[in-house]
Design a protein around this ligand. Structure first.
Ligand SMILES: CCCCCCCCCCCCCC(=O)SCCNC(=O)CCNC(=O)[C@H](O)C(C)(C)COP(=O)(O)OP(=O)(O)OC[C@H]1O[C@@H](n2cnc3c(N)ncnc32)[C@H](O)[C@@H]1OP(=O)(O)O
Length: 215
């Protein structure tokens, strides 16, 4: 019997995944910001390789969902933007807000593009997720077919950010969603704005793209 077949086991595993994600994010932040002696870097690399080895002993294949995830219930612990278990995710926390969505996150050194500011691709990634969430929350989930981003001011690192998204229009299978990034302290001062187009998949497209995953 799988160790997570009862509810308690699942809760414990999700907490463990979140704990591992937190540790990995700390590692990435420290490893990116460090000016420690070279010997320390060599020692850390060896320790990290040793820590990674047992995790690699049982892994899932490309089309297998994580045992702790609930794909149809929207639980994606390794999503690279929102996933608590993802070393790569800030993670961005998103909530519904009226007819739209609001998100919060703080970006560390690993997301740096121009010195002391976020990489533009990172802003686009955050907004893609925000806009996709707002489309889904409005009952029109789809895949991104277009994402236009306008960079008005650089996005500062180590600063709490606020992101917004709301559906601007629906045209058949196409949903247009707009969104912004500001700092939490100055929500009226838009740093990045985006407009995305999301397309609802036809049944045949969903089968072709996700059949191997959904089974
Ligand atoms: C609380 C609930 C929460 C929910 C949470 C969810 C969070 C999830 C957040 C996830 C967020 C992250 C999300 C991600 O990261 S999604 C990952 C990134 N996106 C992709 O990989 C999508 C790749 N594209 C495709 O596979 C195809 O284009 C698909 C299959 C989507 C459509 O197939 P196809 O291309 O063959 O099209 P169609 O014949 O079916 O027709 C479709 C309609 O769309 C129009 N069209 C096409 N392209 C464009 C374009 N560039 N600009 C404007 N319109 C375009 C097209 O003209 C047609 O319109 P119409 O002629 O019918 O009027």
């Amino acid at each position: 019997m799988s160790e997570i077949e009862n509810g308690h086991g699942l809760k414990r595993r999700r907490e463990a995944i979140t704990g591992l994600g937190d540790a990995l994010r700390l590692l990435i932040e420290q490893a990116t910001a460090t000016e420690a002696p070279t010997e320390e870097l060599l020692r850390a690399a060896e320790l990290i390789r040793r820590a990674a080895a047992p995790l690699g002993e049982r892994v899932r294949g490309r089309f297998e969902t994580a045992a702790a995830d609930d794909l149809l219930g929207g639980v994606r612990l390794y999503n690279p933007v929102t996933g608590a278990g993802s070393a790569f995710a800030p993670p961005l926390e998103i909530h519904r807000d009226g007819d739209g969505a609001v998100g919060t996150c703080t970006l560390g050194r690993a997301f740096e593009g121009p010195p002391s500011f976020a990489h533009g691709g990172v802003s686009a990634m955050l907004l893609d997720q925000m806009l996709g969430y707002a489309a889904g929350a409005a009952g029109h989930p789809g895949m991104t077919v277009r994402l236009d981003t306008g960079y008005r001011r650089p996005v500062p690192l180590y600063t709490p950010l606020r992101l917004t998204a709301r559906v601007a229009g629906i045209d058949g299978r196409r949903v247009t969603v707009t969104g912004t990034i500001t700092t939490a302290a100055e929500p009226g001062d838009v740093l990045v704005e985006a407009t995305g187009v999301f397309v609802a998949l036809r049944a045949e497209q969903a089968r072709r793209l996700f059949g191997p995953v959904l089974g």
